[in-house]
Write a protein that binds this ligand. Structure first.
Ligand code: ADP
Ligand code: ADP
Ligand code: ZN
Length: 213
């Protein structure tokens, strides 16, 4: 199955992607995680991406699409994938369509998770991340041991871009550049809409049920 997770920052895309990836046995591909791994590793890509990410802006389309293109060439993507946070602009979506067409593939569904700006600001200020890709929240979804990842024992960290000023800029970016994708995929008849303010497990169940149909 080939899936896209769409939604504002903090809607719960990453949280759902980790669970869906395990259940559906397809890789979870997060462009945000790829950028952060490069920042941590001090690569040229990381250096470039950091300047945009810390400003709450999007990394340029050509750079982002290239990264997804090379990730898709890995064997584990042959049976499908969950794209988390890609595409984020109309040009990215168009280039992605073309890329998949060349591979003889198409997107089965776009899972659009929505939440209001007020919910998002509260969520992102309590978010804690692990380098393994798991996400926690100090109140909504805390780890068993404070500051430690349940799954891998890694030390949790706060993202540099989860500061209030950056969050507001990211929301602006979302409404301007990413939300038009809802209409783009609605016109293709592949969008499924979910309320991101429901409990995590409820949303997972709703997603799995509507994918069965
Ligand atoms: P969130 O979980 O808040 O939605 P991500 O981890 O997906 O954020 O992305 C973090 C940052 O990485 C984004 O704010 C943006 O700067 C950059 N980024 C991630 N995906 C893309 C993309 N598809 N296009 C451009 N920039 C991206
Ligand atoms: P995104 O990838 O869309 O930016 P995340 O999955 O990282 O969003 O979730 C953002 C924050 O909100 C995290 O701290 C996460 O633990 C928490 N969270 C995710 N889904 C829910 C939910 N349904 N209810 C409450 N908190 C949630
Ligand atoms: Zn971990």
């Amino acid at each position: 199955m080939r899936l896209i997770l769409l939604g504002p920052p903090g809607a719960g895309k990453g949280t759902q992607a980790v669970v869906l990836s395990e259940i559906l046995m397809i890789p979870h591909i997060s462009t945000g995680d790829i950028f952060r791994a490069n920042i941590k590793g001090g690569t040229p890509l990381g250096l470039l991406a950091k300047s945009y990410i810390d400003a709450g802006k999007l990394v340029p389309d050509d750079v982002t699409v290239d990264i997804v293109g090379s990730r898709l060439k890995e064997d584990d993507c042959d049976n499908g994938f969950i794209m988390d946070g890609f595409p984020r602009t109309i040009p990215q979506a168009e280039l992605f369509d073309r890329m998949l067409e060349e591979r003889g593939e198409k997107i089965d569904a776009v899972i659009n998770i929505d939440a209001d700006d007020s919910v998002i600001i509260r969520r992102l200020s309590g978010r804690r991340m692990c380098h393994c890709g798991r996400t926690y929240h100090v109140e909504n979804s805390p780890p068993k041991v404070e500051g430690i990842c349940d799954a891998c024992g890694g030390k949790l960290f706060i993202r540099d871009d989860d500061r209030e000023e950056t969050i507001r800029e990211r929301l602006r970016t979302y409404h301007e550049q990413t939300s038009p994708l809802i209409d783009y995929y609605r016109k293709k008849g592949i969008i499924l809409n979910f309320d991101g303010t429901k409990p995590i497990e409820v949303t997972t169940r709703e997603i799995l049920e509507s994918l069965k149909k």
